[in-house]
Ligand binder design. Structure first.
Ligand SMILES: Cc1ncc(COP(=O)(O)O)c(C=O)c1O
Length: 468
């Protein structure tokens, strides 16, 4: 006979000792399609959702995502203390805005804005919003310049030039904002945008060149300085003043700390705007991004709206109106707490782990690195030709998932779509120890495929395989 389930409060009233799992909510299907007529106790709702969330992957083993999965307790505390604040309501929350300004100041200087420029910037939900806003500003500037010269733009189509190594948000911009997309394909063994390729694609209607500091596909860096030099020449020859927008989503919080002398930023004349993701190597949870213009003259006033419905006049330059203040505050916390030295120490460790992992992946003799320079903590590998008839990178990705690792496999964009890669993003909480585990699991997998690595690696007594 089925026993009658008793709600937890009734059970307690009747003096029965049980846990929340003894209540009826755990023997009934959970509402999925309509708001339930009657709710449930907070304890039950929490447990039900908490337990269901265990079906998600473990963020700490997620080497697919660039996004921060761990912050310090003090940061967590600040975030929860400020979670209820809507950043846009800066009449009510003026201090949030002050903190945004301080953070914009720090990031603009990290990106080396020359002293004689009046930079301006904003926080965004992420790099995608920042890129859209940056490119909109360049489109408006192109329009304004034409108007000033008395040129009718009705029959002109603005275009934007970039490599096929860009993130999908660049294509979205072209489509959403009606701009001709001039996307330069990748080539075998050349996965970045070079100055030579740019030269053939620009004209007087090019609103901007998009370059990447740390591409999504391979973690490499476009030829930013050479492209800048090319644009200086073009300006002298033809009078076209074409801006560069640098997508530093991943690299913006790495390269300034690991290679401060490497020129990719506002030190270059044509770099007029830069975005970075605070939630990637800025070491903040999602969603926070930053957009900085080298000078306020590159952000046309037309794009800034002034609203008064929250009390006070509020200027806004964002795609979304409301957003939380917490992540802006968390970014400021990191900058304040870590300082240049703290970020540098973390980034150096990440690069050390990256080099270690890359060396050991190479040693397997199964993989080939797409980029041996390793400027960012991102590793892209492909299978060596001789293993392609045994398995694919998609098989490896799937099998590693059984061990909990989330390592994506994907094909490169058109023109090099026959190349399939695995990408590993090394994040703050991915230690050398974890790298050793990953290599161990790969070796276990190869043993199953009878690839005979044991022999080869055991010759080296320091090989990672011997640790286990
Ligand atoms: C190079 C690059 N640009 C832009 C983006 C989009 O960034 P977000 O997720 O912060 O919107 C990414 C995301 O991975 C990226 O790798």
């Amino acid at each position: 006979m089925l026993s009658k389930k008793i709600p937890i409060d009734e059970a307690e009233k009747k003096g029965k000792n049980t846990t929340i799992y003894g209540s009826r909510y755990f023997s009934q299907s959970v509402p999925k399609f309509e708001i339930p007529e009657k709710g449930m106790p907070s304890q039950a709702a929490y447990r039900l959702i908490h337990d269901e969330m265990n079906l998600d992957g473990n963020p700490n083993l997620n080497l697919a995502s660039f996004v921060t999965t761990w912050m310090e307790e003090e940061a967590d505390k600040l975030i929860s203390e400020n979670n209820g604040k809507n950043f846009v309501d800066n009449d009510e929350y003026p201090q949030s805005e002050i903190i945004q300004k301080r953070t914009v100041n720090m990031i603009a200087r990290l990106f080396n804005v020359p002293e004689n420029y009046s930079f301006i910037g904003t926080s965004t939900i992420g790099s995608s919003e920042a890129i859209m806003l940056g490119l909109l500003a360049h489109k408006w500037t192109w329009r304004k310049k034409n108007e000033e010269k008395g040129i009718d733009i009705k029959n002109k189509t603005p275009n934007i030039v970039m490599g096929a190594d860009v993130h999908v948000v660049w294509e979205k911009f072209a489509k959403y904002f009606d701009t001709e997309l001039r996307m330069i394909p990748m080539e075998e063994n050349s996965y970045v945008l070079t100055a030579d390729k740019v030269k053939e694609h620009v004209d007087e209607n090019t609103i901007a060149i998009g370059v990447v500091l740390g591409t999504t596909f391979t973690g490499q860096i476009d030829e930013i300085e050479k492209i800048n030099d090319l644009l200086i020449e073009i300006k002298e020859d033809k009078g076209w003043d074409i801006p560069i927008h640098v997508d530093a989503a991943s690299g913006g919080f790495v390269v300034p700390f690991t290679s401060p002398d490497f020129k990719w930023d506002f030190r270059l004349e044509h770099v007029r705007s830069i975005n970075t993701s605070g939630h990637k190597y800025g070491l903040v949870y999602p969603g926070i991004g930053w957009l900085i213009f080298k000078d306020k003259k590159y952000l046309p006033d037309d794009l800034i709206f002034h609203v008064n419905y929250l009390g006070g006049i509020i200027p806004t330059f964002n795609l979304n109106f409301s957003k939380g203040s917490s992540m802006i505050i968390a970014q400021y916390y990191n900058l304040l707490h870590l300082g240049f030295e703290g970020y540098s120490a973390i980034m150096e460790n990440l690069m050390e782990t990256t080099r270690y992992l890359a060396k050991n992946l190479n040693k397997t003799n199964v993989f080939e690195l797409l980029d041996t320079e390793l400027n960012l903590p991102i590793i892209a590998i492909k299978l060596k030709e001789e293993f392609k008839n045994k398995f694919t990178v998609f098989d490896i990705s799937r099998r590693l998932r059984e061990k909990g690792w989330i390592i994506p496999a994907y094909s490169l964009p058109s023109n090099v779509e026959d190349t399939a890669v695995l990408r590993i993003v090394i994040k703050e909480n991915f230690s050398r120890d974890m790298a050793e585990m990953l290599i161990k699991h790969l070796h276990d997998l190869f043993k199953e495929y009878n690839l005979g690595f044991k022999e080869k690696n055991n010759k080296n007594k320091h090989s990672v395989v011997n640790i286990f």
